[in-house]
Design a binder for this molecule. Structure first.
Ligand SMILES: Cc1cc2nc3c(=O)[nH]c(=O)nc-3n(C[C@H](O)[C@H](O)[C@H](O)COP(=O)(O)OP(=O)(O)OC[C@H]3O[C@@H](n4cnc5c(N)ncnc54)[C@H](O)[C@@H]3O)c2cc1C
Length: 392
């Protein structure tokens, strides 16, 4: 399969590498330590054009194809896993807007991103529900001049930091059947209660606490499309594909750091740099090959993305996410093991990335669910795939 890019595509991927190194990585340790929104990094991402990478061109965005998009988030993750993860969630909301919103809504929401540099979060997960599966318990009902939302969400990334949150709601029809309806809730909406407490192993700067909606009011323009439409557009599956790119990018940075370290360090009584050790050579080979093979499947999935139906997209994402998860966990663990005690110091990229990768690889579809999806596809159990929900 040919993964070659045009000159313009290559330029934006190269720019992502520069932005990751010059703007994102220098701040990553601080945001991790204090577990705060990476606000200055978001500003830089906006100034450098990355907040609009999945906004259509006719609305002032860059409208990257999926392969280039994946390469961009992979490069950004080399600087800061948290900034890349929040950018990816924001970008996936922009894809939902493209697929579901009216022209008036697009004009309004895209200008907030392109002109003002504002971010959008996506909140689907609920305390009583498996990650990315089952009927949504948060209810949306029509009221005078708008809608009222009630329910609890958890793992609400960018809570208090983004401008709007795409809240995954259930809309009940007259016969009691429930279908998914996305509502874009402004950060200052009445009835939106952000609970304190986000002190986690890794991904600390995503700031993803629990949020309650207590008859939270939104105006008529806040809902995207008809009830049930969000499940048919094949956008939710791109959450998992982008996560795969971020895992590979983050793990690659840990490996690159390790390679620089063993190439430049000599420890008494050995006369040669650490890189000359046979164990180091074998470990570097194993790690690099794991990342390369996961990356190949990821790029293959991204290249096939366009024009695939939601089920095929779920399979493509599950293949990529499973391999990226396994590779990133192995590489970050091995980098810590091989680097030894010196690498346990906070502030060094491997220690932070090790915790971030261990945490962000829990995102849905998790390892077991990804394998289940791939297995169902391989066994031709399409009816089971049809009955599952794949949005995050
Ligand atoms: C840093 C971070 C940020 C997040 N941000 C957001 C956000 O902004 N918006 C949002 O909506 N959500 C977010 N999430 C939540 C995420 O989407 C999941 O919903 C969340 O991690 C809860 O899933 P879970 O861990 O309960 O997984 P579960 O899916 O319940 O998995 C728990 C265990 O059950 C097993 N399991 C699950 N399914 C199967 C299966 N089919 N077969 C066999 N075993 C299975 C798994 O192996 C796993 O060990 C975030 C999560 C993290 C960690």
């Amino acid at each position: 399969m040919d993964f070659s890019l045009t000159k313009a595509q290559q330029n934006i991927v190269a720019k992502a590498s520069v932005v990751a190194k010059e703007f994102l990585e220098p701040r990553a340790a601080y945001y991790d330590e204090v577990a705060s929104h990476p606000i200055d990094s978001w500003k830089d991402l906006w100034r450098q054009g990355f907040l609009s990478i999945s906004v259509p061109r006719e609305h002032g965005g860059q409208e990257l194809d999926m392969l280039t998009y994946i390469m961009v988030v992979e490069r950004l993750a080399q600087g800061c896993t948290n900034s890349a993860m929040t950018l990816h969630m924001h970008s996936t909301v922009q894809r939902y807007i493209d697929a579901l919103a009216s022209l008036n809504q697009k004009t309004r929401y895209y200008s907030e991103v392109v002109e003002e540099g504002l971010l959008f979060g996506s909140w689907g997960s609920e305390p009583g529900r498996r990650g990315g599966a089952g009927t949504v318990g948060t209810i949306i009902v029509p009221v005078k001049e708008g809608f009222s939302i009630s329910g609890d969400k958890h793992f609400c990334t960018m809570a208090g930091g983004a401008h709007r949150y795409m809240v995954h709601c259930s809309r009940e029809s007259d016969d009691g059947a429930r279908s998914l309806l996305m509502a874009l809730v402004p950060n200052n909406a009445s009835g939106l209660e952000i609970h304190s407490g986000w002190d986690t192993l890794g991904m600390r700067a995503t700031v993803s606490p629990k949020v309650s909606f207590n008859e939270c009011f939104v105006d008529e323009n806040a809902v995207l499309g008809e009830p049930g439409a969000a499940e048919k557009v094949g956008v939710g599956q791109s959450f998992g594909l982008g996560y795969a790119g971020i895992y590979i990018g983050a793990a690659q940075r840990a490996l690159d750091f390790f390679v620089e370290y063993v190439s430049s360090q000599r420890l008494t009584p050995d006369p040669a740099p650490l890189s000359h050790g046979v164990v180091v050579k074998r470990a570097v080979a194993q790690m690099q090959l794991a990342l390369e093979s996961a990356r190949l499947v990821l790029y293959q999935s991204a290249s096939k993305w366009m024009n695939q139906n939601p089920i095929h997209r779920a399979i493509l994402a599950a293949r990529a996410k499973y391999l990226a998860t396994e590779a990133a966990l192995m590489v970050t663990d091995k980098v810590m093991q091989m680097g030894g005690g010196r690498f346990a110091h906070k502030g060094l990229p491997p220690e932070r990335i090790y915790r971030d990768v261990r945490t962000c690889t829990l995102m849905p579809p998790n390892v077991d669910r990804s394998l289940e999806i791939v297995g169902q596809a391989e066994l031709g159990l399409d009816d089971e795939l049809l009955s599952a929900r794949y949005s995050s």
